[in-house]
Write a protein that binds this ligand. Structure first.
Ligand code: GRF
Length: 188
């Protein structure tokens, strides 16, 4: 299965998806990485791994979010992409893109959804006194961080945690969960 990864930044989850997809028996391959921000570290990481990496800057499209997504979508069509994996893609998607890719687009979110959709998940979990945090891979639907859950990993919240230390623990879990879940999803 030909996968595109959409990013906006460092791309550590993207790198784990690329690496797992390069295994000889992997059921998917990351064929292109697209960032809405130029010059992010994730694009360099993708190229270093031998994967085509493109910036399609949303800034170039002004307020027309759908035009930006149509430009991305055209690039994916040229590359015969079958599944989109969002990995730290920090733009709200238009209904147009979500509908076009319905059932073929997944996302990873750093919380135990349905808890803490949106931003600052770790600070909110600590503030609430939760004993556990985690990450969720889900199918993308029109509601932000909604959609059927495909996989979840729980990690403990330790007494001395701040958002930074908790984020590191969750990230390590994300890097295992996302490739595994994507592999199961494309093989379903
Ligand atoms: C991850 O925490 C992911 O769950 C969230 O954005 C972050 C991306 O991090 N959607 P990275 O760029 O993969 O390191």
């Amino acid at each position: 299965t030909r996968v595109a990864v959409l990013i906006s930044g460092s791309g550590t989850n993207m790198a784990s998806l690329i690496a797992a997809g390069q295994a000889a028996d992997a059921p998917y391959e990351v064929v292109v990485v697209v960032s809405n921000v130029a010059d992010v570290a994730g694009l360099d990481k993708a190229r270093a791994a031998g994967v085509e990496a493109l910036a399609v800057e949303h800034k170039a499209f002004g307020k027309d979010r759908e035009a930006h997504e149509r430009a991305i979508d055209a690039l994916l069509a040229e590359r015969k992409v079958e599944v989109i994996a969002l990995a730290g893609y920090m733009r709200l998607l238009t209904p147009w893109l979500v509908r076009k890719w319905a059932g073929r687009m997944v996302n990873i979110h750093p919380s135990l959804l349905p808890l803490y959709p949106g931003l600052n998940t770790h600070a909110r979990a600590i503030e609430a006194g939760d004993l556990e945090a985690g990450c969720t891979v889900h199918i993308v639907t029109e509601g932000v961080d909604e959609g059927p859950v495909l996989g979840q990993t729980r990690v403990p919240i330790l007494p001395d945690d701040d958002a930074e230390t908790l984020s590191e623990r969750v990230k390590a879990a994300e890097h295992r969960l996302y490739p595994q879940t994507l592999a199961a999803f494309v093989a379903r």
